[in-house]
Design a protein around this ligand. Structure first.
Ligand code: LFR
Length: 487
């Protein structure tokens, strides 16, 4: 990379990476510097196990990645951090009080009950515009409160904000991720302090909001010394919710195109200028997530490659390394592509698939309960998962057409899943629409672009930034196979 570079830290639910990026000659340059696993930990905590993020290990890994980035590129101008949404650390006097919970920890059911007792779901939706997911921050905090875990806390920082705090000492809440808490007013995009009061939460539990592109602060001297860079190097707010960053980098072919941000989850949606807060929208459980530059991501969480990665984890058994998992994946997908026997389509949204565990057994049980023949063996299981995901995408796209009045002709798949050729083809087949796949690193690209714009390396609105993406990363096109015998 030439001198004008920025460093993107992108933390996913199964792995994290540090990427150097820049823009020159109308093209985006991206270079992977570090990739590290993100493995949650189960810890006994009195009544049973709690599922947590190993946040200090993540911090150590990303720090090492940043140090490496500066060795490779001493001209780095800025750092930006994004991660999955909704999860947070609790602090008192600036000190972390415990490991953040993983959103897949099963404690949240009690939180849903507590919140709904104080606020009916309809009111929650009309205020926040957020789809109901049992792990939304608002439900997690309700459990913390009941358990007394909030008694000591004077601050909650969402995961990317916590990392930024450790780097700069500045406490902020980045807007796009704040929108996933369920505590932000969908219309004003400010903290809904009345709602917080009704839930017994302090109005200043979260730090003040900051918009993507704003400067969070400079690196603390001690951190800078450890990373081998000058103190004060800026940490810039990006779309710190990974999905917000990913959608910045969707090279929309036309205004009415849908996107699927495909990773652990599949976020299936469209970009809108303003939220849809109708009863029909709530009934269909669509979310209005505040995006970069004030756009709304109108989408639904569909399960995703999680079903596949948990299946592989089950098949490989405890202790298999990350590298062993990936080497299996390509082979499994080509075997799945060769399956000719009919496989069952199951409901990927069934809540039994949320918590970590033996997905092949759970899929088989789902089928048996309905008198369906479960998939036989690994290749059929993988095929069944991918067919079921594609079928769910098709449903959601039909719903979006109905709820927004748009007519969707093309679907962009970005993120890790855009490399899964079988899934992309099945998505084209089952939606009956053209699929454009790529870029793979959409999230990191969105992170880089917002930093590059803040640093004055590029200018323009999202359309200009997306043009750069389209010029640099040519998408792979998939057309629906009409004669393939697909229902
Ligand atoms: C995707 C994602 C989704 C969010 C889920 C949980 O990585 O950020 O947008 O609903 O993870 O945080």
């Amino acid at each position: 990379a030439a001198a004008a570079a920025v460093a993107a830290v992108d933390l996913g639910a199964t792995s994290g990476r540090v990427i150097l990026g820049g823009v020159s000659g109308g093209r985006i340059r991206m270079r992977h510097v570090a990739r590290f696993p993100n493995q949650p930990v189960r810890l006994h905590e009195g009544n049973g196990p709690g599922l947590h993020w190993n946040i200090t290990e993540l911090y150590r890994s990303l720090s090492a990645g940043l140090a490496q980035a500066f060795r490779e590129e001493p001209g780095v101008r800025s750092i930006g951090v994004d991660s999955w949404a909704v999860d947070y650390g609790l602090l008192r006097g600036g000190k972390l009080l415990g490991l953040p919970y993983h959103y897949r920890d099963e404690r949240t059911a009690a939180g849903v009950q507590a919140v709904h007792a104080a606020l009916p779901p309809e009111e929650l939706y009309s205020r926040s515009g957020l789809q109901h997911l049992p792990f939304n921050t608002v439900f997690q905090l309700a459990v913390d409160r009941e358990r007394g875990d909030l008694d000591m806390a004077d601050r909650a920082l969402l995961v990317p904000d916590l990392i930024a705090y450790w780097l700069t000492g500045r406490e902020v809440t980045e807007e796009t991720n704040a929108a996933t808490t369920g505590l932000l007013d969908a219309r004003t995009r400010q903290w809904d302090t009345e709602l917080m009061a009704r839930l017994g939460l302090a109005g200043d539990l979260f730090a003040p909001l900051i918009a993507p592109g704003e400067r969070i602060g400079g690196l603390l001297p001690a951190v800078a010394a450890e990373l081998g860079v000058p103190a004060g190097l800026p940490v810039t707010a990006v779309g710190s919710h990974d999905t917000a960053s990913a959608v910045v980098a969707v090279p929309f072919a036309d205004e009415d195109a849908a996107f699927i941000s495909s990773g652990t989850w599949s976020l299936v949606g469209v970009e809108l200028p303003s939220p849809v807060l109708t009863a029909e929208s709530q009934a269909a459980n669509f979310t209005n997530e505040g995006g970069v530059d004030g756009r709304i991501r109108y989408l639904k969480n569909v399960s995703g490659l999680w079903l596949l990665s948990e299946s592989i984890r089950t098949w490989d058994g405890p202790g298999a390394t990350d590298a062993q998992h990936t080497s299996n994946l390509a082979g499994l997908i080509s075997q799945a592509a060769a399956v000719t026997a009919p496989v069952p389509v199951f409901d990927v949204q069934d809540e039994r698939f949320t918590a970590p565990g033996d997905m092949p057994a759970r899929i088989a049980a789902w089928c048996e309960e309905r008198g369906l023949q479960p998939p036989r063996g690994r290749a059929e299981t993988v095929r069944s998962i991918l067919e079921s995901l594609a079928a769910a995408y098709a449903d959601v796209i039909e719903q979006i057409e109905r709820l927004t009045g748009r007519s969707i002709r093309t679907v962009h798949v970005v993120g890790g899943g855009s490399q899964n050729t079988l899934l992309c083809q099945l998505t084209a087949d089952r939606t009956g629409r053209t699929v454009f796949a790529g870029p793979v690193e959409a999230t990191a690209i969105g992170n880089v672009l917002i930093q590059a714009r803040a640093a004055g390396l590029v200018s323009g609105g999202l359309e200009e930034l997306r043009r750069l993406v389209a010029q640099t990363f040519e998408p792979v096109r998939y057309e629906p196979r009409v004669a393939a015998g697909v229902p």
